[in-house]
Write a protein that binds this ligand. Structure first.
Ligand code: FE2
Length: 307
């Protein structure tokens, strides 16, 4: 495993070189979401037609989704272990979430809370207000028996994340791993840095740890490395990033995926070889603070041993 100073240096170097244009020459990728004209025109149209208000209401109607996983390598002591996943908060887009979420986290009563990236929408600018908003959510999450963990997404600048997320008490896994113990049993949790935009997370860096037997949970912002996860023996892969489309056609059909993965990996449960995966539809919203045919969620993952 790399040391934190090396991890930071790698991320900061990438942040310097990655532009925020429509075409990113470093990653050789087209980012349609970076065309402000599209968002502004769409927002204006929705406001005039009265749809904006309704869709914002949808974006604030966060639901609790429940998923049960039967996992072969899960140690016996982790039977019924419950993980609450919160993803893509983009708290500056919907500050109201700071009032809604603490009560929901409390009522979910999970053993561990994980945040799978994209704490904010704005990227380059510091924003002092969001620290206070995130703090109330993080404080409630940390009350879980095993506390709370987080990883960074493509909207999270390293320095602002350390200030806004880690300082208020969330343990960030920045290409780091840890062992979670329950009595005599343990599981390994790996938290990778963003693989979608900065591409600074690699499972290869954990190859020695991953060769050891035992249950492995991967936290990473997007589903895009599902093949690599299978290669390295990941058991459960929790991610977000896609927002499941956020604004979808009836039936939840996304207009934009913003992911290099095939459609079946971009929302909800999926399976790739031995990897069980879940792509959250996201708790917040980006671009516009709106949702249609795509409810926001926090997700309770209930782990059970597959017999
Ligand atoms: Fe996001």
């Amino acid at each position: 495993m790399l040391e934190r100073k090396d991890i930071f240096a790698k991320r900061i170097e990438k942040e310097k070189n990655c532009g925020r244009g429509i075409y990113d020459a470093v990653n050789k990728t087209l980012y349609i979401e970076n065309i402000p004209l599209i968002y502004n025109a769409f927002s204006r149209f929705l406001q005039i037609t009265g749809i904006y208000k309704k869709w914002k209401k949808n974006a604030l109607a966060v639901r609790i989704r429940h998923e049960t996983w039967y996992l072969k390598r899960l140690p016996a002591r982790f039977e019924e272990f419950r993980i609450l996943q919160i993803s893509d908060l983009h708290i500056d887009s919907l500050p109201e979430l700071a009032e809604i979420l603490p009560g929901m986290i409390k009522s979910a009563a999970c053993d561990l809370v994980v945040f799978t990236g994209d704490f904010r929408f704005g990227i380059h600018c510091p924003d002092n207000k969001i620290a206070a908003l995130l703090k109330v959510i993080i404080e409630e999450a940390n009350k879980a028996e095993y506390g709370a963990l987080g990883i960074l997404g493509n909207h999270d600048y390293l320095q602002y994340s350390l200030d806004n997320v880690e300082k208020p008490g969330l343990k960030l896994l920045l290409n780091e791993s840890l062992k979670l113990k329950r009595n005599d049993d343990e599981i390994m949790i790996i938290g990778l840095d963003d693989i979608h935009y900065y591409k600074t997370g690699r499972l290869f860096d954990f190859r020695e740890e991953l060769q050891k037997p035992g249950f492995k949970l991967l936290l990473v912002h997007s589903p895009e490395i599902y093949r690599e996860a299978a290669l390295y023996g990941i058991d459960l892969y929790l991610c977000g990033h896609t927002h499941a489309g956020q604004i979808c056609l009836p039936g939840g059909i996304p207009l934009i995926s913003n992911s290099r993965s095939p459609l079946q990996y971009n929302q909800g449960r999926w399976q790739y070889r031995r990897v069980s995966g879940y792509t959250s539809a996201g708790t917040g919203a980006s671009g516009l603070p709106l949702r249609w045919n795509c409810p926001p969620e926090i997700t309770v993952h209930r782990l059970k041993v597959k017999k």
